[in-house]
Ligand binder design. Structure first.
Ligand SMILES: [Zn+2]
Length: 426
């Protein structure tokens, strides 16, 4: 065990259970897949869902269910008349980084310095680049072996919720009724496609999905996915003079016209939005560029989409024989406007974080969550930290001490909601 003190006795008490669960869950391959025709996108996600059903049964929760879409639901009954709150995490991992054969390594009592990952020694985690790691000397740090992601996104959240409800089952004090949900396919933007809010029955919910110690995320991007398809004219290249209109060149021209020094993920941070060409495919006859467009401000998001339309049209204008089709789909909306209408949801989370021994920090996500979509559907769902870092990367890592503090936060949250109108100690 690490030499760093836990911020609260409860966190210390929960740490071993969180760690053991986490190590169990990350070994199960639950990688999601883009453009799959099935739901969930990969059947292997259900391997973890089924394991969780078994563990929830062992813990003794009620109404345990694996739905036909792969969601796990369960209930921890609370004090009579107490509110019903939801706790949500996702079982799947991102397709952006290898997810098969995860071999977690616990670097006990981290002494500082560069962590070299033994499966691929070119992969290093350097505290000079990562202030959060530099601040965690004495913690137990979990990494992969460098050949895969770790899967703290979001198995840290799953382990923390599981450890919290396992603890709460045996404690008699007043508490909220808890509805637990473990979703699938969050990483491919479809985590809530079949989420039945009425059946879930919570008045507020929290995702545990990423971010650093003490953070409460109440704001996300708003997001579009844009597909720009160019249709040219094929011809045999040996006799193409005056006939061929090459879609590959049209698509390249369009991509080259996108903003370079601004409005890109690689040149922006904080609240600034971006236009990001993420995939390109096709051939001479037809080529498609897929872009993700993001902003915290809905009006600016519309402006960015408009810019994409204009730049695509400009390419087609220069070649009248070409056609361009621009398809804009909303992926999720900034949850801020919904969350702002429910101050108790924020106050309860901040009080719980404080009781777990750390100072809450309100922050924003340069991305989306299941919570963004649930909030848009009417269930206010901010995000609570998990202690995981470097998501979607083979250099992903997590602190056991921070994960235990997140689990303690969940326990305190359920108690705070069980106390009636939120009391604050801060
Ligand atoms: Zn996640």
């Amino acid at each position: 065990m690490g030499s760093a003190p836990f911020p609260s006795p409860l966190a210390a008490r929960l740490s071993d259970d969180v760690l053991q669960r986490f190590l169990r869950y990350v070994r199960i391959d639950t990688q999601a897949q883009e453009d799959s025709a099935t739901y969930p996108s990969t059947a292997k996600q259900l391997d973890l869902s089924r394991l969780l059903v078994g563990e929830l049964t062992e813990i003794g929760l009620a109404e345990i269910e694996l739905t036909e879409h792969g969601y796990v639901f369960a209930t921890l009954p609370g004090t009579d008349g107490a509110p019903v709150i939801g706790l949500i995490a996702h079982v799947d991992t991102t397709p952006e980084s290898p997810g098969t054969g995860v071999a977690p390594i616990v670097h006990e009592d981290y002494a500082g310095g560069v962590i070299t990952l033994p499966g691929d020694p070119s992969q290093v985690i350097d505290p000079a680049e990562e202030l959060a790691l530099a601040a965690r000397v004495g913690h137990d740090i979990i990494t992969s072996d460098g050949t895969t992601l770790l899967g703290a996104d979001d198995k840290a959240g799953v382990a923390e919720i599981m450890a919290a409800v396992a603890h709460l089952v045996g404690t008699p004090e007043p508490r909220a009724t808890v509805r637990v949900a473990f979703t699938v396919d969050e990483e491919v933007g479809r985590g809530t496609d079949h989420f039945d809010l009425e059946k879930f029955g919570a008045e507020a919910a929290y995702t545990l999905d990423g971010s650093g110690l003490g953070e409460l995320e109440i704001e996300t991007f708003s997001a579009f996915q844009v597909k720009v398809t160019f249709r040219g004219r094929g011809a045999h290249p040996g006799s193409a003079k005056g006939k061929l209109v090459n879609s590959v060149k049209l698509a390249a021209e369009f991509v080259a016209s996108l903003p370079q020094g601004s409005l890109s993920p690689e040149t922006t941070d904080d609240r600034e939005g971006f236009i990001h060409p993420s995939r390109i495919s096709g051939g001479v006859e037809e080529a498609t560029v897929v872009l993700i467009v993001r902003d915290h401000d809905d009006a600016l998001l519309e402006d960015h989409a408009e810019l994409v339309r204009r730049l695509a049209a400009a390419v087609a204008d220069r070649e009248p024989r070409a056609r361009v089709i621009v398809d804009v789909q909303e992926t999720y909306r900034n949850m801020r406007s919904v969350i702002d209408g429910h101050p108790r949801v924020i106050a309860a989370a901040e009080e719980a974080i404080r009781r777990a021994g750390v100072e809450p920090v309100r922050s924003l996500i340069r991305g989306g969550t299941d919570g963004a979509r649930l909030s848009a559907m009417g269930l206010p769902t901010p995000n609570i930290f998990t202690g995981g870092q470097n998501y979607h990367s083979t250099r992903e890592w997590a602190s056991v001490q921070d994960m235990a503090t997140a689990a303690a936060t969940v326990v305190e949250l359920v108690r705070v909601w069980g106390e009636g109108e939120t009391r604050t100690t801060g």
